[in-house]
Design a protein around this ligand. Sequence first.
Ligand code: ATP
Length: 512
Amino acid sequence: MAPTPSSTFNPETAPMFTPSGLGSAYIPNTSALNGNSATTPGMVPGAPQPPLQQVVGQPEEPFYMQTNLYPMNYHLYAPQAPPHIDLNKKANERTVADIFIPDRLREYIQRKNEESLKSISNTQAGLPFHVNQYHSLFPIDQNFDRSVKSFGFVSSVYKCMSNDDGRLYAMRRIEGVPIMSTKVFKKVKRWQQLDCANIVTLREVFTTRSFGDNSLILIYDYYPMSLTLMETHFIKIGNNSLELITEELLWNYLVQLTNAIVSIHSHSLTVSAFDPSKIIVTNKGRIRLSACGIYDIIRSATITKDSPEPDLKEQQQHDIRELGSLILNFARSTAIINESQDGEPKKILEQLKFSQEFKHCVSYLFEEDATLARLQELIAPQLLRISNGLQDSSDYMESWLAREVENARLVRLMTKLESICDRPERGSDGAWSETGERYPVKLFKDYVFHQVNESGHPVVDLTHVVNCLNKLDAGSEETLLLVSPDETTCLIMSYRNLKQLVDKSFSQLTGA
Ligand SMILES: Nc1ncnc2c1ncn2[C@@H]1O[C@H](COP(=O)(O)OP(=O)(O)OP(=O)(O)O)[C@@H](O)[C@H]1O
């Protein structure tokens, strides 16, 4: 039967515990999940609490310094979320799953990782083994569409890996662009300098014959599992359900695209076209312009000698109208519009069930003298709402990141335990595992992972496992009784001593 650890910790006599690297941070106590109901910050569960006057009686000393008198609760999980994020359940409502990343978030991240790892045989796909330093090409164009509607040339997108830095990139190949001189790349440097959260960064542009033709290649940052706005709202791909278009969503898009356009214009560049198949959704509600720089290159490559250089101001004004058309088209797709009113933005907007502010803002984009400065004023009230949502989302992610940091230290500890115990090459060395310093570690592993009940049936209790590993990691003074499987050997040890044995054995293995 599994022995029960006895708690003999005495805070009066225990040495001060400040694990290296963790400093003396104040870590408040947590919950029933941690296997205790202690409520005083900085106290070990079950330990007597300091008398109140001890805290009140020394006002000159800050509270966190007083907690140094007691071992920190490093074997406990830190509380998971800021109070305004409703993750906190009552102690009796918690399960061990609560200390791991929520299933939906985990699944989402895993699917992204799987997407990043997808590969295909180059010969089977008829793709080159490498294009300059980029290799492992994988087509991410789900439509297998060879139309020339977007740029006037056939284009395709591949995921690829760079041999230079081992990172994944999105490679856009455009077939047959007549590039006669490097002059057509004159604006590329400016595009590369853009640093905006709503623009996919352009990394490199070159031409290649690797595909057996003259292809123009543009290398962009890669966002796994992203879909275009068209695919998100209008074209069903695989199991994806089409997302409903609401006013809130369109405000969201308008704010993000305004951010992109402001950044592009500030570099004396232009968007040229707000094509919904060239805007990708990289996360819930997060959009990015995905084909930056292409229109400039194609325009320079196909321009005839006598055509005048287009006026930058006019082109930027055109961008604002294009943005208006994109948002208007999305808005009108939510209702059946009287076709006779077609073409008149104001008349179309009148027929839609959107707020007056929204209609006013969208119709402003079609005015002759519309400016980005005024547009930013019109969308300002929405910014607070959107910024609030973004901050909540970032807090939520950080809280789960904090959990994963806690879990990651257990993985490191288990790696140490696994490396130390049952090493086949040390089988003949009795001092290594069976009788020497490693023996308590081996018994501890049994105690943690191989519990059985009275009838000898396995007991799998994840809370017990997590608790024990956390206590070992923290080197808690709590003692536990370790019993050999044949019940002939019993050892009473503290987690602190066990931790020393684990560290010593691991150092011996690594030769540290
Ligand atoms: N930087 C990127 N990272 C990850 N995926 C991307 C990136 N850029 C585009 N994609 C994805 O590649 C796929 C193909 O993009 P593309 O621009 O070719 O769209 P399309 O609808 O096929 O348009 P076209 O008809 O012009 O080929 C889309 O699913 C898009 O989400």
